[in-house]
Design a binder for this molecule. Sequence first.
Ligand SMILES: [Zn+2]
Length: 389
Amino acid sequence: MSRASYLFAAFPWDLTDEGPDAALARLAGELGVDGVTVAVVHPGIHELRGRPLGGRWAFRCGAAAHFQPDAPRYAAARIRPITAAWMKSRNPLEHIARIAERERLRLRVSIDPCRGRELVERFSHAACMDLFGEASDTRLCPSNPEVRAYIAALAEDLVSNYPVEAVELAGADFGDPSQARSLADSGVDLPPADRVLFSWCFCAACRQRAADSGVSAEAAAAVLQDRLAAAARLEMRDHATFADVIAGCPELAAYQRVRAESVTSLVRSVKAKCPYRVVYLLDGDLTASGVDPVALADACDALNTSFDAGHRSTELSAGHGAVLRKSVEVRLTCRPPLAPDGPALVARTHEASQAGFDSITFENYGLTPEPCLDWVRQAVRYARRETRH
Ligand SMILES: [Zn+2]
């Protein structure tokens, strides 16, 4: 059986506060993981740590880039990284990369480039827009050419300037219904499938992409207006699933295909810039986010999904990886409540390693209470021992 890699996801501010030398030496030595995934573009956090790091329990930061961008790479772009204030003039990623190399830890970077209030405030012209023309205040649209150029420049910057083995891309899609502003105070009791449909983006860039593919965004929008009117007359009680609604309506099916292709081609363009592994993190409701896992797997090197109990509805199994001829990686939370105790984490890690996933990432170093770090140490040792047999 092939041996899985074990990674720990970590925030650069947590590594910096703890002291990157001590933190990475601990990850490599005591915990025995193979690598670290550092979040370098993050949608914003109000963190209560699992243990104090550098004497501090809390950390807060809006949507930002947590490395010093290589400015010329963004010269032609209207959207540029917002540099996190906590770094001051330092470049923590450079420091972390150097120590990771010394500790023989593989370095990955994760970028979550479309989300975050501060990002959308600054580049509001590229925000997702709902059916009613209301701009999202939390999400940039992945169909927008400027957003796509920004994401490609980010990937290029990171793989050119740091010794990374992989880029993990998260949330470079349309997100889920919770961010549609017009649904927050809806007077119409929309069925779940329609809540997803009404979160769809109809910005100018999405409409243009549709038109370029011979698909009418206006026809899809008209269907949604009709469904809304029917729901407002209390005539829509069918509660069909999202898949049923799409299957029964060619206008919506065509627009959904355009959305999925927008995400897939964006990931493909990142892969074209990146000589290393590109991994796409799947999260939440895949139909809502406009993601087609099979096409997406073909556009990058691996899909990464949650392996936590209770979050299995959108999981891809290792079997999917074989079908897709691509690897599927998983992430595991290593603290309560999802991992209630050490034996539970050991068992779950063992299960993931036996299922043939080739990479298992623990979430997340700075959020993990001290006792749970020892659970990770045990889980990695046990899974490695069992895999050798
Ligand atoms: Zn859009």
